[in-house]
Design a protein around this ligand. Sequence first.
Ligand code: FAD
Length: 382
Amino acid sequence: MEEFDVLIAGGGVAGPVAAKFCAAGGLRTLLVEKDRIPREKPCSGIQFPYLEKIIGAPIPRDRLCNNALSKVEILAPDGRVTRCAFPMLNYMRDRFDEWLCLEAESKGAEIRDGCAFEDFSGEDGAYTARLRSGDSVASVKARYIIDATGMRPVIRRKSGGTTGFQKGNSGATLNYYFKAEGKLRPDTLYQVWNIDFNNRMFAWVYNKTLGDGRDYWVAGTGYDKNIQQRQDGFFEFVKRRFELSDVEIVKREAFSSTMSLLADERIWLGEGGLLAAGDAAGLVDLTRGVGMDAAALSGRLAAKAVLRSSSRGTAAVREYAGLMRDLVGQTNRNRAAGIIGFDSNERLQEHLDRSMLRTSLRLAARTLANGLRGPERQIMLP
Ligand SMILES: Cc1cc2nc3c(=O)[nH]c(=O)nc-3n(C[C@H](O)[C@H](O)[C@H](O)COP(=O)(O)OP(=O)(O)OC[C@H]3O[C@@H](n4cnc5c(N)ncnc54)[C@H](O)[C@@H]3O)c2cc1C
């Protein structure tokens, strides 16, 4: 049977970043991804420059969309518009995640795509995992396992039970990619705050480059129920607001999860030598509207925890919990203050009026602080 120091499941963001740092630290590292790489992943693909610091490498230009996003335009429920400069990274997840896997491979990690993590047995220091590639099933041994399988985490579900999950979907998102003429600007991320369109955060419109190398617009939203109706209403709003003509939808993308985003137990870091990172750990943050930075940071810190545990003989999960204290604290505070819970646009408007200035000041302070902080101590924005 093949033996590895660490087995990582999931080739999204958390998995490849963990694999890169495990391999760079000298551990025999295997990452398995159930789909063929590059694989599509429903995601807005927007991040902030400090992500490169966490990953430990600049993202190559050809992995980014043609149009950089440098401005945010916020449309409040009362119709007021706020614009601000805000540099962002803009990419599609198929090309970006593939590059992350290549980064991990360049440090010595082995990447197997089309290979699903099915099950495991054993305990801290001696796990046996069952992997499936098509019809062929193989077992491998690993001292540590990192679950980076996203919002429907296979390993966490087995080990941590159903805590943090609910029966049925906890919510869904829909994206329409489309061609159109009109008044949208390609350097701008438009955020539409209105609970008729999105009762989780904002609905969005901006520019993306698809696999054919051409630029399209994408409009999308999320809701805890009746997502199709919300998305269609929002799309009609976008057409009117930006005076769009010759509109043609070229691609639709949907995503849903059973993770209970409001539950106290949403965050689960693992047990023994089994760690959860990224969405699998419950780190997606609806208040910030993003999750890839937390996924990358947790992947990097999971690798550090495994390396420490391996050299000190301590429990990996204890090392990890210590390293993750700030990120978990921030995610939990944001969950408690999240937009879910606003039952009318009036209450949402009051919240925006109260928080807009505070958020801008915090953003400026955190951006400055991140410039001075090391990669493992980045504070998540906004
Ligand atoms: C519509 C939408 C828009 C979003 N927009 C943004 C955004 O603009 N910016 C941002 O930062 N975040 C955004 N997010 C959140 C972001 O997508 C996640 O936080 C991020 O992808 C988490 O990364 P991850 O590595 O934890 O999981 P994932 O990226 O979900 O990767 C998990 C991987 O595990 C693989 N996998 C699953 N099961 C198995 C198995 N059994 N064996 C092997 N492999 C397996 C999957 O195929 C997948 O490749 C968005 C999410 C959604 C749904």
